[in-house]
Design a protein around this ligand. Structure first.
Ligand code: ZN
Length: 157
């Protein structure tokens, strides 16, 4: 195995492991060598210089260091992102649970009920429901504090 310092057409620098110099040439020719920053396959061996511009160093430091020779085609980055999205969605769902736990579902009467509470015509309590964008705008202009509910667990895929 040999390690090459590589650079794409957009001057991103990164490292890649190859069986041999010939293996690198073959993979490059087939477009298999891909920049992890911009996904360009216009990649070549970087000219090793004693000093690297600061921005290049910072970009290089933020790149994952490949542990396996076949890291280019594993799609590991997409899997990591997906896990984070699942976790984020779960946290939003928990936030939603927390927001509606002690609140009363007033359904389509949300705007009306929010006003009644605001003006002291109804018991002060937490409510949730649905309303139109226009109503949301009006409620906010009237100084009534409302928040959008985050999506629940069963919304969208
Ligand atoms: Zn690049």
């Amino acid at each position: 195995m040999i390690k090459y310092q590589l650079q794409c057409v957009n001057e991103h620098q990164f490292e890649g492991w190859f069986q041999s110099g010939d293996a690198f040439d073959t993979q490059k020719k087939r477009g298999f060598v891909e920049c992890p920053v911009c996904q360009s396959n216009k990649v070549d061996r970087a000219i090793m210089a004693p000093s690297v511009a600061r921005t290049d160093k910072e970009i290089a430091a933020s790149l994952p260091v490949p542990q396996e020779p076949d890291w280019i085609s594993t799609g590991a980055e997409a899997a990591v992102l997906s896990d984070e999205m699942i976790e984020l969605r779960e946290r939003l769902a928990e936030l939603r649970d927390e927001m509606i736990k002690n609140a009363e579902d007033v359904g389509g009467n949300f705007a009306e009920e929010a006003r009644r509470i605001h003006f002291g015509e109804a018991e002060k309590r937490q409510i949730y429901g649905h309303t139109s964008i226009d109503e949301v705008q009006e409620l906010l202009e009237e100084g009534i504090s409302i928040l959008p509910l985050p999506p629940g667990r069963d919304v969208g895929h």
